[in-house]
Design a protein around this ligand. Sequence first.
Ligand code: HMG
Ligand code: MG
Length: 299
Amino acid sequence: GLPEAVTIYEVGPRDGLQAEKAIVDTPTKIEFIRRLRETGLTAIEATSFVSPRWVPQLADAAEVLAGIGEHEGVRHPVLVPNQRGMDRALAAAATEIAIFVSATERFARENLATTVDGAIELAVPVVDRARQAGIGVRGYVSMCFGDPWEGRVPIAQVVDVVRRLADLGVGTISLGDTIGVATPGHVRALLAALDEAGIGMDRIALHFHDTYGGALANVLSGLQSGVTEYDAAAGGLGGCPFARSATGNLATEDLVWMLTGLGVRTGVDLDRLLAISTWMAGRLGRPAPSRVVQALAAS
Ligand code: HMG
Ligand code: MG
């Protein structure tokens, strides 16, 4: 059977906004996160402490984190790519971080200006410092299914990188389908290979982009394999500026809609979420890509 309940890990304020060309002002970002946490979401990724030369949209990471403050029962992880990012995250009193690496060489170069090994090496001291500071670490592996330059990514290559993050002591490891090319059988095969390698499904999260419309089918495949954490962005915002053909994340509304239908508990209020995505779409000046948002907003 399927899990009774799952955790939705909201990435709208980070993955959702990072590719927006027009700078969203800091008060709007803060308001976005404050509203999202009224929906019942328990994990909302707030921002990234990456180079502002690389991602100008999130240059205000410290101000956003200060502006949202703490909120009982809600985690606010932030992306940290390197030691400089960790200095900034600690100075801003971050309480949880997420490191990110790549399963492919080309994307390690495009996204982090390094190699697959180099990205893991960048993460090592960051994870150590987090442990010393007593803060949690999530890990992302990008390009777990397909890569726009390298094509289909071999499962063994992904298992190897996940294994190395697990050995570092990273908590939940999120498998990124950065460009949205995964299909349900591929998801099942990767999860089976991880299980065989001794990586329990309780350590895995799934991060789907919806480029080909396959994200929900892929979630169902993940549920059938026992994964209980799913990344999504309110309204279906997002994409990665460093990966050609990456479009929005799986929309949180689409995910909640399907899980509700399946009887899988999320704790998230769909109506409140819908109102927020509609408000944000107004701010961004275009409709939310989510089909569920469009259907419910019209009904
Ligand atoms: P680099 O150019 O090799 O960095 O990039 P550098 O060390 O040579 O530094 C260049 C400049 O940036 C220097 O400033 C540094 O001080 C500064 P300058 O001296 O030229 O004025 N700098 C920083 N400033 C602030 N915070 C920092 C920082 N680091 C350096 N942390 C680097 C290497 C890692 C910095 C760069 O590649 C980078 O920032 N990459 C992040 C890219 C990114 O944010 N991508 C999107 C997130 S990942 C994603 O979306 C995928 C995911 O959703 C899962 C999935 O879908 O697959 C998670
Ligand atoms: Mg992503």
